[in-house]
Write a protein that binds this ligand. Structure first.
Ligand SMILES: Nc1ncnc2c1ncn2[C@@H]1O[C@H](COP(=O)(O)OP(=O)(O)OP(=O)(O)O)[C@@H](O)[C@H]1O
Ligand SMILES: O=P(O)(O)OC[C@H]1O[C@](O)(CO)[C@@H](O)[C@@H]1O
Ligand SMILES: [Mg+2]
Length: 343
């Protein structure tokens, strides 16, 4: 059979490992052919593709970050308006099944296509780890490791200067990277999108720590964290053409507010896309590879409308409809564990 594959949304370490595993399993185990569509859904709308083969070139992408197919965002309304074009591209290329690899947006689109009758098996990716119905997504371990390494380094310089350091990590709707890297590095406070913060309480915590004679304060801030409305107002950034909120730098603004209120010297580091770039950790290579093998197997069994997911140590299938119903955010009990180390 001929299988189409694409990567959508932000890139993520491990995407190439999935592509390699799908190609190798489909070709080696079933004698199938895999066609890669370029730049996410845009490649399907514009019929831009490359034929992938189980050769040395594909074999060597296992450790490479990013995606050899390219990725892009397309306004959801434009994508939905292009259903006929997508069907034409699939027909013209003889594609009998599609494997979209992406975050909640890409998988929502995959579910919509599946409901429209396109045979689809989804693969969840995201450094944010916010996709429901899977224990974890690949990319998260790499991002956690990059963020933790950076925060370890900030501890020593903050200590030397007795400074308050704020580190902004990714996490638009969910604070998994912040929570994990805060715990892993012994941060003195972690702020996540799920729990609005009170600037007064943050300032009191910092003051108490320095009054006790401690030398520095590290605060990990997820990019999507917000203050409770009565405590501080963040600058508005509006919405981008794809419907995503444009952030204006919560850590920098909080740092300025702390300096103004309690006169402590603050410095802010925004880790940004460095968390998403580069080679995936061994953990992410293994998970991405296993997802790819199971996605190819599911396609050949005809298990469509499903997404591969990690449950414990097993890779299983869950329906795309279930997986995209809600985001997996940090539950209060997990935040409470981290809070034991605040202050
Ligand atoms: N509700 C929707 N209906 C149809 N298509 C959608 C929908 N939401 C998203 N998409 C499509 O999926 C693409 C990718 O979504 P999005 O930009 O949210 O990235 P993602 O896959 O969620 O990855 P990331 O983790 O980087 O956000 C969008 O650009 C759009 O084309
Ligand atoms: O800058 P971009 O590519 O639009 O994406 C940024 C977003 O993508 C993510 O990394 C998820 O992939 C978010 O954490 C972040 O807000
Ligand atoms: Mg998204």
């Amino acid at each position: 059979m001929r299988i189409g594959i694409l990567t959508g949304g932000g890139d993520c370490p491990g995407l190439n490992a999935v592509i390699r595993a799908v190609v190798r399993t489909a070709e080696g185990r079933y004698g199938s052919t895999v066609v890669g569509f370029r730049d996410g859904w845009r490649g399907l709308l514009e019929d831009r593709k490359i034929k992938l083969a189980d050769d040395e070139r594909t074999d060597r992408i296992l450790t490479r970050g990013g995606t050899i197919l390219g990725t892009a965002r397309v306004n959801p309304d434009k994508l939905r308006a292009g259903l006929d074009q997508i069907r034409r591209t699939l027909d013209d290329n003889g594609i009998e099944a599609l494997v979209p690899i992406g975050g909640e947006g890409t998988l929502t689109a995959a579910n919509w296509l599946s409901e429209a009758g396109v045979p689809v098996v989804g693969v969840p990716k995201t450094i944010d780890n916010d996709i429901d119905c899977t224990d974890v997504t690949f990319g998260f371990d790499t991002a956690l490791s990059v963020a933790s390494d950076a925060i370890d380094r900030l501890h020593t310089t903050a200590e030397s200067h007795q400074r308050v350091m704020l580190v902004e990590v990714m996490g638009r709707h969910a604070g998994w990277i912040a929570l994990g890297s805060g715990l892993a590095t012994g941060a003195h406070l972690t702020l996540v999108p799920e729990v609005p913060f009170d600037v007064g309480e943050v300032c009191d915590m910092i003051k108490k720590r320095f009054q006790r004679g401690d030398s520095h304060f590290i605060c990990v801030v997820a990019e999507g964290a917000t203050p409770i409305p009565e405590s501080m107002t963040l600058r508005e950034g509006g919405i981008d053409e794809f419907g995503h909120k444009i952030f204006t730098g919560v850590a920098q603004q909080l740092g300025e507010e702390i300096a103004r209120r309690i006169g402590k010297e603050t410095r802010t580091t925004v880790l940004g896309h460095v968390q998403r770039g580069g080679t995936p950790t061994p953990h992410d290579r293994v998970l991405a590879t296993r997802f790819g093998v199971h996605a190819a197997d599911a396609v050949h069994r005809g298990d469509f409308g499903q997404m591969v997911a990690l449950h414990g140590t097993a890779i299983e299938l869950v329906s795309l409809a279930d997986a995209t119903r809600r985001l997996k955010t940090v539950p209060p009990e997990r935040y409470a564990e981290a809070a034991a180390f605040f202050g």
